[in-house]
Every structure is written in structure tokens, then in C-alpha cells.
Design a binder for this molecule. Sequence first.
Ligand code: BGC
Length: 375
Amino acid sequence: MRAVVLSVLLAPCLAAEPEVADFGKTVDGTAVQIYTLKNDKGITAKVMTRGATLVQLHTPDRSGGTDDVILGWDSVAGYESEDNQYFGCTTGRVCNRIAKGKFSLDGKDYTLAINNEPNHLHGGVERSLDKVVWKAKGYSNDRGHGVRFSYTSPDGEEGYPGKLSVKVTYFLAKDAPRLSITYVATTDKATPVNLTNHAYFNLGGAGSDTVLNHQLQLNADNYTPCDDTLIPTGDIATVDGTPLDFRKMKKIGARIEKLTDTAALGYDHNFVLNPKQDKDKTHNLAAVLRDPESGRTLRIMTQEPGIQFYSGNFLKGQQGKDGKTYAHRSALCLETQHFPDSVNHDNFPSTILEPGKEYRTSTLLIFGTFEKKKK
Ligand code: BGC
């Protein structure tokens, strides 16, 4: 009897921990590990310590086959190459753009690296969160398997004030097709923080030709219009009557050509999410993506106020995992976030984290399938 009680009590702690393996070394010789999370719903996610990056994400299609639905590489060298456009990484300290790399905080002016002329993009050049190697710990409990990444960014790293301690946790639910990504940060000086994941999805499998045949619905009546360098003007404008109206499910390719000759070169816009309908729910619905071919769906729920929909306009045919080619617009990003350049716009929700306060936010990726319409 005692043995039975004991094993019931211990069962959650005894669940097998996520498998960990060596993934190679960075150019400066730092070892990188990769963790595997698996569940009963046919989902496998692999995450590595360089950039707390999502490297693989296998999900079932409507006929029971499985594919890896995100772009990436088979080696650290791929991630370190010029071809890597933030594939799957944790992006920050501040994702998206900061105008001319400048902001003022508590009476002090700060200048950051310009890596996307004339602006600062995705946290900087050498020591942005996507490029550093994080500490990691795999764990399991009765709800599923997870990996906790942690990194402490010293005061002044990439020009940002404050020593910032960041934790990113990937958690794959045991009995639901759901991967959650939770971000927690604390600082010793006021500093801007805006963290996201930069996975590139193709629900037909990474390396499929295009995402223009995917359908998308965004829970957004408004977006933040930008100037020619993709910096928000500060306005919040309606999507009504524009190619950005995804309030009803729309094929991505249907109106994209109207945007090809704009500064965004396609979709590369921040959408302002409508307020959460159900106050009891922890997360707001942000996006639903569907691929009619494979039948896969992805629902994104978040605690963030915005989402950047980027249609892979800069993908250039680089070769990734399994020698597959990543053509122009063959994958898309749906980056949950605070609005771009918030640090320079007082009317946007604030991205400033104060000492003694905790930054905490999470986003859920929920996979599913849908049946083919009967003709
Ligand atoms: C931005 C794009 C940029 C891409 C870089 C996206 O988050 O919105 O403008 O080119 O990241 O990979």
C-alpha cells in the first residue's frame, strides 16, 4: 500500500526528462546543446542553447504524416552564417526596430548599433539575445516537458542600460498539441524590454515553395502605420479597406502584390490586437494560420498587445535543414510583441522595465488539423 501511495506521489517527478545532446560549437568554441521535447499528440520540438532557439518543430498533418514546419539549420554554423535571418531565435533585448538606434530614458540618451539602415533591429549585432549561448535545464512534470533557458546580459551590453536577467521557458503540454513560450526578465536599472520568438513557419513543411497559399486570420482591427524605414508614425489606423484586413480568414497571396512596391516589400506590419474578449482566459487570440494542402492549423494566443506579420520577403533561397531551399516568401513569421519603437512613442504600451518589477509574458502555439472541404 505504502509503495503504491509513494509511486503515485512521485510519478510527476519521475517523468522522463527531455533528452539533451551536443549540437556542436560556436566559432569561439562554446559548446551548444539541443533539447528534445515530445508529447502524445505527435509533436516534437527541438530547442538549442544558442539564442534559446527553436530549431525543429514537427507536427502532424491531416493524414497523420509529420513534418518539421519551421526553418532552420542542422548545425550551429548555419545559425552563425550570413544566411540566418533570426530563424527560430529568442529576439531581443528589444525585438523589431528602434528609430535611428536612439532613445532617452530617465534624462539619459542612449545610442544603439545601426544594423538595419538607418535603424536598430532585433537587439543589436554581436551580443543580441539570438547570438549568445544561454544556460539551460530540461524538466518534466505531470503536465508535460520543458526547457528553461537563462541568460544574464551585463549592464551596457549592445548599448542597453541595466543588467538584465532573462529566462525563456519552452513547455510542451503532454496531452494537448500546445507549445508555450514564457519570458521573464528583471533588471537593476530602468531599461526597454520586448521579447519574442522569430520562428519562420511553413505549415506544408519547411522548404515547401510558398506561404502565399496559406490562409490567415488576425484578431486585429488596427495596425501601426510606418514610414519608409518601417518605423511607426505613432498613428493607430484601421485595417478596413486595406490589404491588412485579416479580420476574416484570407489567403495570404490574395492581396500581397499591392504591398510589394511599398517599403515593407509585402507583409511586414505590426497589428494591434483587439482586447481580450474573455476576461477569465489567460491569453488573447492573436492569429489563426491554415494550410489547405497539409490541413495543418496554427493558433497563436498571447499576452502581448501586438503581432508582427512578416511574409518572408527577404528570404533569398538559402539552403537550410536537409539541404532544403528557403525561397522568397516560402515562410512567414508571426511575432507576438509590444509595438515597434515603443521606447520613442508615449502613446504605445510601455516597454520600460523598472528595477524591482518583473517582465513576464507568454505566447501559446496550438497546432491542429482541419478536414478538406467536400466538393
Ligand atoms: C522584421 C523584418 C526583418 C526580419 C529579419 C522581422 O521581424 O519585421 O523587417 O527583415 O525580421 O529577419
